[in-house]
Design a protein around this ligand. Structure first.
Ligand SMILES: [Zn+2]
Ligand SMILES: [Zn+2]
Ligand SMILES: [Zn+2]
Length: 164
């Protein structure tokens, strides 16, 4: 059982393990679905895994290092949309940005805690929430296809260091 506070990673830690784990998982998922983790899909994912913060397509484009070449924005969008379909990144609608997935749990990607100060994003287990949404929908005869909930506020580190 994860506690809520451990959802947010330590503010300054070595991301090499986060990147390695994330890329290994991406390779596995792509292989399962017979998709290819192309050079730019991999690079976009790696940039998002290098922090636990959201980044917009243009932030990603700026940081992109493709052997000296800059991809076109449309290539970044295509890579993001592929990664999103694979469940490897999630869109953060409130920030018009993307974040690397940090959970494999039930209903992942449907519930995000978004720090508006440092753009840190955590992905708590959404199992209970999904049940609540289903109950609500059942009660009203609504047929849900998907749901996304973003809770906007300040992460534990910003709360601790901020002067409110
Ligand atoms: Zn990390
Ligand atoms: Zn996820
Ligand atoms: Zn924060």
């Amino acid at each position: 059982m994860t506690t809520l506070s451990s959802l947010f990673p330590a503010p300054r830690h070595d991301h090499s393990e986060c990147i390695a784990t994330g890329l290994a998982r991406a390779e596995e998922i792509c292989q399962d679905r017979q998709e290819r983790l192309t050079e730019n899909r991999r690079q976009v994912l790696e940039l998002l895994l290098a922090e636990h913060r959201s980044a917009g397509a243009y932030d990603i484009l700026e940081r992109f290092d493709w052997k000296g070449r800059k991809p076109a924005p449309v290539q970044i969008y295509r890579a993001l949309s592929f990664l999103e379909t694979m469940g490897l990144v999630h869109r953060v609608a409130s920030q018009n940005a993307y974040v690397a997935c940090s959970s494999r749990g039930e209903g992942h990607g449907t519930f995000l805690l978004v720090c508006e100060q440092c753009r840190m994003v955590a992905e708590p287990s959404a199992a209970g929430l999904s049940r609540a949404v289903k109950e609500l929908a059942d009660d009203s005869g609504f047929e849900p296809r998907a749901h996304m909930l973003e809770v906007i506020g300040r992460c534990p580190d910003c709360v601790a260091t901020g002067d409110a």
